[in-house]
Design a protein around this ligand. Structure first.
Ligand code: PLP
Length: 382
């Protein structure tokens, strides 16, 4: 059937999308760079699709800005970076399965490990490929996740010394409660320090010593050692409520457009369960963003978003694909208007921290929870 040719590309715009500002990430990186001593290296964490921002553009921008290492959670993410042509050191923070060892060696990744089984698998793969593979020894000082318990680290180190093909480049641990407890954090630092002393007595060179994550970086300068690992701060969000020693620039904007507007009468309800009941004639706009996109349902009747530079509230339960907002106070709001769910519009800004507070979670979960199906557009650098 013949149809008149028309430009259809405009109509193909996604209903919801994410804009990542890589220049904001570079700005945040430079703020952190200025805050820690010049001799301290910075490892930038790009796991979980760079906290939802898009791993490739973010990683390229960070490497260009001078990040000393990138860190990912899994071998697969490391391989993705390498296949996209990203050189430089990539540390895999998560636990290795023995069958992944050849990939680590082949793609020249650096592996965190704290057990003999993965060390043996890596060593065997290194020998087979006739290469050396870099490892960072992972110490458990109280996190209780991965790594060797600090008191058992010396015997493990001894067993690793005989394994060919492994090059120890670092020894590190992870804060469990840097945002909650000074006492717990100090105990972890003490355990780590004691291990470093024992290593020194036995003439084991530690390589890069590291401990601080974003909160540790701010609260415990004595935890900086040779390298700090930072994730959330890079993306311009704060893991703690106190003021930062530097100005952060949020990098992610979540946008959509008004699909529909209707006027409802006093007493009418909105959405499942009728949890919103109009107390006056109310202009209701529908936005095609729901919990399928990772916009938490717990934000129902709580969160605000931006329309024409003004804050408006989500009304009624957030549904799978849509949410409703009250635009009575924004009479000029029109179908097709761009709305901002996270990020800046005009002089207003909605932060991941604000949504996290309403959803009773942490900003990390808001950012990384945004669905992988939402198209990411990046701008600003690389
Ligand atoms: C994710 C992660 C980090 C980064 O944490 P932020 O709080 O985002 O800075 C640092 N170290 C390890 C081991 C991690 O898993």
């Amino acid at each position: 059937m013949d149809r008149p040719t028309e430009n259809l590309t405009g109509a193909m715009a996604p209903p919801v999308w994410i804009e990542t500002d890589c220049s904001a990430i570079v700005h945040n990186f430079k703020q952190i760079r200025r805050w820690v001593s010049p001799g301290v290296k910075i490892l930038t964490v790009v796991k979980a699709n760079a906290y939802g921002h898009g791993i490739l553009p973010v990683s390229r921008a960070l490497v260009e800005a001078g990040a000393d290492l990138l860190a990912v959670a899994s071998v697969v993410e490391g391989v993705t970076l390498r296949q996209a042509g990203i050189a430089g050191k990539i540390l895999v923070l998560g636990q290795l399965l023995p069958d992944e060892a050849p990939l680590v060696v082949h793609y020249d990744l650096t592996q965190a490990l704290g057990d003999e089984q993965s060390a043996r698998a890596l060593s065997a793969a290194a020998v087979r490929f006739q290469k050396t593979v870099a490892i960072h020894l992972k110490i458990d000082t109280g996190m209780g996740r991965y790594g060797v318990w600090h008191e058992e680290a010396m015997p493990l180190l001894e067993r690793l010394t005989d394994l060919p093909g492994l090059k120890r480049e670092g020894v590190f641990t992870h804060f469990s409660s840097a945002g909650q407890s000074v006492q717990v954090s100090e105990e972890q630092m003490a355990r780590y320090n004691r291990l470093l002393e024992r290593m020194a007595q036995r003439h084991y060179a530690p390589g890069l010593r590291h401990l601080a994550n974003s909160v540790g970086l701010i609260r415990f300068p004595e935890s900086h050692w040779d390298l700090v690992r930072t994730g959330l701060l890079l993306y311009g969000a704060s893991p703690v409520k106190e003021n930062q020693p530097f100005m952060l620039e949020p990098a992610l904007t979540l946008k959509s457009r008004i699909r529909f507007i209707k006027l409802i009468q006093t007493g009418q309800t909105v959405s499942y369960g009728g949890t919103f009941k109009a107390e006056r004639p109310t202009a209701v706009a529908t936005i095609p963003v729901g919990y399928a996109h990772g916009y938490p349902r717990t934000l129902s009747n709580k969160a605000e978003l931006l329309v024409r530079g003004r804050r408006v509230r989500v009304i009624g339960k957030i549904t799978m694909e849509d949410l409703m907002i009250d635009v009575t106070e924004v009479p000029e709001a029109a179908i097709g208007d761009e709305v901002v769910l996270i990020g800046r519009q005009g002089n207003e800004r909605i932060t991941a921290e604000e949504l996290a507070m309403h959803a009773r979670t942490i900003p990390y979960e808001i950012l990384v929870g945004l669905s992988a199906n939402i198209p990411r557009l990046s701008a600003g650098a690389a």
